[in-house]
Design a protein around this ligand. Structure first.
Ligand SMILES: [Fe+2]
Length: 408
């Protein structure tokens, strides 16, 4: 058995319907340390001291800086006598040049920890900056399609991740993504995980409705794809179900009234918990398709997921319909006397209705995607690492092309 085989979590036959096999080996790990609470940003100085920081490298984007959040972090750090440098050059769907530049600056400033404050792109960028600063090279050198997770073999500098949206779950995951020449590079490795996730729902209060909607659908996609993934992990499944119920009960409220504090708190919790689920069980074909839409057509990740989700669920219901019934109970749906196929369709229709109510268009052609983009996206989606754990296998080019065309 190779080292990689020992590390990979087990795959199961989807017809087994979730029960454990005697021979299964399950990985449980729910790092990082999570500090969660309304207003807990004020702990950032103390937590940096706890990590023995002397010079913090703050990774962010210009929009977050304009909101004054970076200033706040710097003030908390100053109170504890810690210096900081701000690197604000991370755009949505960040390019590899940006993280290479960030890693150089991290080293040149003598920084010893990263604080990433922003959405998933910023937190992912923070992870890759730490990797390149410690091990050198370019992001493509660590592409998970070309090398094993053992490629990241060093302990990396610590990272405090502070999400400003409720969606990506990047603050609790071992994954980081970056775009290189219109292709998404996925980097995977335990050392990438944040040391501390500082989740303060107050930071999401100013998140505009459109961003609230697409981030919320990203979190819902994480919870669903993790739940129906081929990997087994009953603890992660509990997280998925909790997240699904919280999102269903709170996303519309947070979308229609951004000042609904309780809805914001519940959405922050749901996004982090959904992140913990997919960090154990990975995702599936929705993400395999959406990664290409972001890399090639610059669609936001959450929007791409929201559009692809019902189409992929209709495909996967052939093998995962009973699990849809369990997830539907989190929506408060009653499936008494209904067949698996009927319950699955009801569940999908409910997701489509939710998407519509929060203003998400259901078509790729309305979001700037051209028909001529489909061919290249199909080839990349089939080999995307997220496709491996999709419940329906094998994934074929014909299958993926049908999905993109159905969503077009
Ligand atoms: Fe995602």
């Amino acid at each position: 058995m190779s080292t990689t085989d020992e590390i990979n979590l087990p795959l199961i036959d989807p017809t087994i319907k979730g029960q454990l096999l005697d021979t299964s080996v399950i990985g449980f790990s729910f790092a990082p340390q999570i500090v969660f609470g309304y207003g807990c940003l004020n702990r950032v100085g103390f937590l940096s001291l706890f990590l023995k920081a002397q010079h913090v490298f703050i990774v962010t984007d210009p929009e977050i800086e304009k909101l004054g959040l970076v200033n706040k972090v710097q003030q908390y750090l100053e109170k504890t006598g810690i210096k900081s440098t701000v690197f604000n050059e991370i755009e949505p769907n960040p390019k590899e040049e940006a993280v290479i530049k960030g890693a150089e600056k991290f080293k040149n400033t003598g920084s010893d920890i990263v604080i990433a404050i922003g959405g998933g792109s910023v937190i992912d960028a923070g992870k890759i900056i730490r990797l390149l600063a410690k091990q050198g090279g370019r992001p493509s050198d660590y592409d998970s399609q070309k090398c094993t997770i053992m490629a990241i073999h060093e302990m990396l500098p610590p990272q405090i991740s502070i999400p400003t949206t409720s969606g990506t779950g990047s603050e609790v995951s071992v994954v980081a993504m970056v775009t290189s020449k219109h292709e998404k590079i996925t980097i995977l490795g335990y050392p990438l995980i944040s040391t501390i996730a500082l989740v303060d729902p107050q930071l999401t209060m100013s998140c505009p409705p459109k961003l609230t909607a697409i981030c919320g659908m990203d979190a819902l996609t994480h919870a669903i794809e993790a739940f129906i993934s081929l990997r087994i992990n009953p603890v992660a499944d509990m997280f998925s179900l909790q997240a699904i119920a919280l999102i269903y009960q709170n996303l519309k409220k947070a979308y229609s009234n951004g000042q609904d504090t309780l809805a914001r708190i519940n959405m922050s919790l749901a996004a982090t918990v959904a992140g913990m689920a997919f960090n154990q069980k990975s995702v599936g074909l929705v993400h395999a398709c959406s990664h290409q839409l972001s890399a090639q057509c610059n669609l936001s990740h959450g929007l791409a997921n929201a559009i692809m989700l019902p189409h992929v669920l209709r495909l996967n219901k052939k093998v995962a319909a009973p699990k849809y019934t369990i997830m539907g109970s989190g929506f408060g749906m009653d499936f008494l006397n209904a067949s698996d196929d009927e319950t699955a369709e009801k569940f999908i229709l409910e997701i489509e209705a939710l998407s519509k109510e929060i203003g998400i268009s259901g078509k790729l052609s309305e979001c700037g995607v051209k028909e001529s983009d489909i061919e290249a996206m199909v080839l990349n989606a089939v080999k995307d690492i997220s496709a491996i754990t999709n419940p329906l296998q094998p994934i074929t080019k014909e299958m993926v092309e049908k999905l993109y065309r159905a969503a077009f």
